[in-house]
Ligand binder design. Sequence first.
Ligand SMILES: [Cu+2]
Length: 152
Amino acid sequence: MKKFLILLVSLSLALTLGCDDEVEESDEEPAEVEEADEEEEAEDEEAMVDEDEEADEEEAAATAEDGKIHITATANSFEPSTIEAPAGEELEITFLREVDEGCMTEVVFPELEREEELPVGEEVTIAVTPQEGEAIDFECGMGMGKSTITGT
Ligand SMILES: [Cu+2]
């Protein structure tokens, strides 16, 4: 009987200790989950900052220098899409479509009634002469990627 009691006591002691261990472990787990969440949030914030920077770049007008500007046709836009050029001077716009995806297969100048195919990897140059305060638009054949050259 005495042996049985000792066995019982040591068993319950072992169970109690076992329970303590479990409680400690479950205390630690939520802390790890919180850390993971914080890391994810930090990554999300970085992604948001990157997007903001890209938006700023798009808003700023590129200035044509020496009567020339290079424009890249991406999958769905022209970059830069806002260009300022000296009024009354001929501007050579060189387009280069870099990717064989999306719909920037041609560039259309609606006001000038001009359009040119944009084969991938081939430079296509179009000359325009923007007048003071005049906006010359260009876009893809479907009217996407609207972009503007302004004479200043
Ligand atoms: Cu398009």
